[in-house]
Design a protein around this ligand. Structure first.
Ligand code: GLN
Length: 485
């Protein structure tokens, strides 16, 4: 087995039993990135000498016994790093160099990990319905004619193609889970407030969370143990002791209850996706779990609530960049704000659309307050469902990865079913794990939503399901489409 085919946890084990040297791991991934990044364009920028870095650390005898020693991790390019600029995949931001390590990045470095580089995203994390106006087009390693999903598409593609064994993404409305499903990898969004966001370029602060993307549930749990440490500088963080996510994965799911929303399966979702979710339901029963039919809040109001809140908050966040935007974007009377030609060319069409819509919402602030009231009702509904359920099972996406350059109009995208955003609106933890393949050999993910701060239980049940699915992760496939050489 080649190094890139090993899971993060197996790599650590091999290194701890001295079967592989840390430098060997770094050399292997350095070569893979150099060879394959030009093909998949998962990284915007990457390290030139990871083995050298490992040597240096070894020489200092620093961190040599740490968990991630020698292991490269990809970081979404909206999370600050000292060694690389942070562009948010925006022509506007790439000019600016704000070099410091985000808290989560520092936890990885303190564990001996190497920052492999900055992975691509949709500009500022906003997923556009059209794809002809992008900073960099990442390709899906399962089939380069297809999109990797977003907005953490670079992180998901890098992990799926074996350019790194693990990466971090950020998730405001599904941006870790959506690309994870499209690229056939695991994506985890923690309970709101469990992972520090210091150093994350904010999109919508009441929804944003950083989360791991990996080639197994165990790997994601391990990374969560590392990044979810208490950060004194993040006032939004929950201070209490964290559970051990990695520790008790092996417990079974007998008698656990999984709510399945029938109203999410009858709506216009792709029939192949429906089939895979129904098969997952059967696997849960075989594992001793119970299935309970539930009604989740209708997608439309959930989605509208999300977009009103997200647009308003993004407007507030980008307002902080007023200077970079030359102050032209934001005149005091929100609705009248204008994007001049000059600024226009510095921003992608989706960012402009959201600034304008955000300005509109802020100008009619009652819409924002109304959205907050609906958000409370959605939270109450989920709370009552969790009185009788331990988890909720849904598809992660309603469709398999579409082809690049097939354009949807923005309105149809804003109104298509979206199963990931409820977890952000309610602050609940959620995971996407690969559950099957379509006839065209494209990956499909299912999502489990869990109860507040029971992220460890979510990992357990996802781990059990993952064994049952025995999904063929791309890195494990012998004749590897990721271009093994
Ligand atoms: N589709 C959502 C949006 O574009 C996802 C955003 C995210 O999670 N960063 O708003």
């Amino acid at each position: 087995m080649e190094i890139f085919q090993m899971k993060l946890t197996d790599l650590i084990e091999a290194r701890e039993s001295n079967k592989i040297e840390p430098v060997e791991i770094a050399e292997h991934y350095q070569r893979r990135i150099e060879l394959l990044n030009p093909r998949y364009r998962a990284f915007i920028i990457y390290a030139e000498d990871m083995p050298g870095k490992v040597w240096k650390n070894e020489k200092k005898k620093k961190r040599s016994k740490n968990l991630l020693t020698g292991i490269p991790v990809g970081i979404k390019d909206n999370i600050a790093t000292r060694d690389f600029p942070t562009s948010c995949a925006s022509r506007l931001k790439s000019k600016k160099n704000n070099r410091f390590n985000a808290f989560v990045v520092q936890t990885i470095i303190n564990s001996g990990g190497i920052i492999a580089g900055k992975t691509n995203l949709d500009e500022f994390g906003m997923v556009p319905p059209d794809s002809d106006d992008v900073f960099l087009q990442t390709l899906n390693p399962w089939n380069p004619e297809h999109i990797p999903g977003g907005s953490s598409g670079g992180s998901a593609a890098a992990v799926a193609a074996g350019l790194v064994p693990a990466a971090l993404g950020s998730d405001t409305g599904g941006s870790v889970r959506h690309p994870a499903a499209h690229c056939g990898v695991v994506g985890f969004k923690p309970t709101y407030g469990l992972v520090s966001r210091c150093g994350l370029n904010a999109f919508a602060p009441s929804l944003d969370q950083i989360g791991p993307i990996t080639n197994s549930v165990r790997d994601a749990a391990l990374l969560m143990d590392i990044i979810s440490k208490v950060d004194k500088n993040d006032p939004r963080l929950v201070r209490g002791k964290r559970p051990n996510y990695f520790g008790d994965l092996e417990q079974d799911i007998t008698d656990m209850t999984f709510g399945v929303a029938q109203n999410y399966l009858t709506r216009n979702i792709d029939p192949e996706i429906r089939k895979i979710v129904l098969a997952a339901q059967e696997e849960i029963k075989k594992l001793g779990g119970n299935i309970r039919e539930i009604q989740l809040p209708e997608i439309d109001p959930v989605k509208i609530t999300y977009y009103i809140i997200a647009h308003a908050e993004v407007f507030g966040c980008l307002k902080g960049m007023e200077k970079e935007l030359n102050g032209i974007c934001f005149v005091e009377d929100g609705i009248n704000n204008r994007l001049t030609e000059a600024n226009s060319s510095m921003l992608g069409s989706e960012t402009k659309r959201r600034i304008l819509l955000g300005g509109l919402v802020m100008d009619r602030i009652k819409y924002y307050y109304q959205a907050l009231r609906v958000r409370t009702l959605i939270i109450k509904k989920f709370n009552s469902l969790f009185e009788t359920c331990d988890f909720i099972l849904t598809p992660t996406t309603s469709y398999p990865p579409r082809k690049i350059f097939v354009r949807n109009d923005p309105v149809s995208e804003y109104t298509s079913p979206d199963f990931t955003i409820a977890a952000n609106l309610t602050g609940r933890p959620a995971i996407s794990l690969p559950a099957g393949l379509t006839e065209k050999n494209l990956p499909v993910g299912v999502q489990l939503i869990g109860d507040y701060f029971k992220d460890n239980l979510l990992f357990q049940s996802a781990h059990q399901l993952e064994q049952a699915f025995s999904f063929p992760y791309l890195v494990e496939q012998k004749k590897n489409q990721a271009g093994q050489k």
